[in-house]
Design a protein around this ligand. Structure first.
Ligand code: ADP
Length: 268
């Protein structure tokens, strides 16, 4: 061990940063670095809404006898609080997914059911932009997995497709099953993603256009969660995109095998 680990506690957030000095860059060190970057990002991302909540609460206090200002500050306060709740819940989801015990509650999940649920969930948001949600042919396909996580992953893709699409366009969800591999593809006609960003969008907190994404309520964690959910289920996620012409995100998952082929006890 050539490197020196310097541990600095930041008492206010209870966060702990690990500084790595030296040039022995083994895998363990790299992981430690990733963890450190993540913590730094988390505190950075939380600082803005927490600061805003504090300021808005103060503004609210001093505007007590101006009803219009009170209403305005209160609306912004609740928007910031909502954003804070979203970031926090996504950070928790992500850390659960990375802890490895993610598939404790695996059960047989009907992919067609997941898709229909997701469509229902996003109907209002799609209607608001006059986006037509198009579902492909029904496919009988079963995945062994955590229904809530699979649902979250698909919902993140559909929410993004709607978010990054113009009004009056279409978002399609299609399911195919080939040689034991289930593909759930979400296609939009939106802004697309430049080639240089295509791998990076799956990184935590990465946004193609930071200012725009923040304004639209994006946290930069959605696709990272999708990637981890897919990987936890033995699958992956792929991206095809043409800037200006839209994107297709495809979650690929292994089809659940017949119960008779599964060792006893494994199906719960
Ligand atoms: P966010 O919360 O910012 O949407 P994501 O992890 O879901 O975070 O996505 C990361 C970035 O990838 C987004 O900020 C956006 O720039 C880009 N992106 C994601 N989905 C799409 C899409 N369907 N079309 C265009 N860009 C997208």
């Amino acid at each position: 061990e050539q490197s020196l680990h310097l541990i600095v506690r930041v008492s206010r957030l209870g966060a702990r940063y690990v500084l790595l000095l030296g040039d022995d860059r083994t895998e363990a060190h790299r992981l430690e670095e990733v963890r450190r970057d993540f913590l730094a990002n988390v505190s950075h991302e939380l600082k803005t809404p927490i600061g805003a909540v504090g300021l808005l609460a103060e503004a609210l206090e001093s505007a007590a006898d101006e009803p219009d200002s009170v209403r305005r500050f209160a609306a912004r306060l609740s928007a910031e609080a909502e954003r804070l709740a979203k970031i926090t819940s996504e950070i928790i989801q992500l850390s659960r997914l990375q802890s490895g015990d993610a598939l404790e509650k695996a059960e047989l999940v009907d992919v067609d059911h997941l898709v229909r649920q997701s469509i229902d969930h996003h109907r209002v948001a799609a209607d608001a932009k006059d986006i037509e949600l198009v579902v492909g042919k029904r496919r009988h396909a079963l995945v062994l997995g955590d229904p809530a996580m699979l649902s979250t992953a698909l919902n993140n893709l559909v929410a993004n497709a709607i978010q990054y699409s113009p009004e009056h366009s279409r978002v399609g969800i299609g399911v195919t099953l080939t040689d034991g591999v289930i593909e759930i593809a979400v296609t939009d006609q939106g802004v697309g993603i430049p080639a240089a960003d295509r791998d990076r969008v799956f990184e935590r907190f990465y946004r193609v256009d930071t200012a725009r994404a923040r304004n639209t309520g994006g946290t930069g964690l959605g696709l990272s969660i999708v990637k981890h959910v897919a990987q936890n289920h033995g699958g992956d996620v792929r991206l095809w995109s043409q800037p200006g012409n839209g994107s297709t995100f495809t979650i690929r998952l292994p089809e659940a095998v017949e119960a008779s082929a599964v060792p006893t006890g494994a199906t719960g």
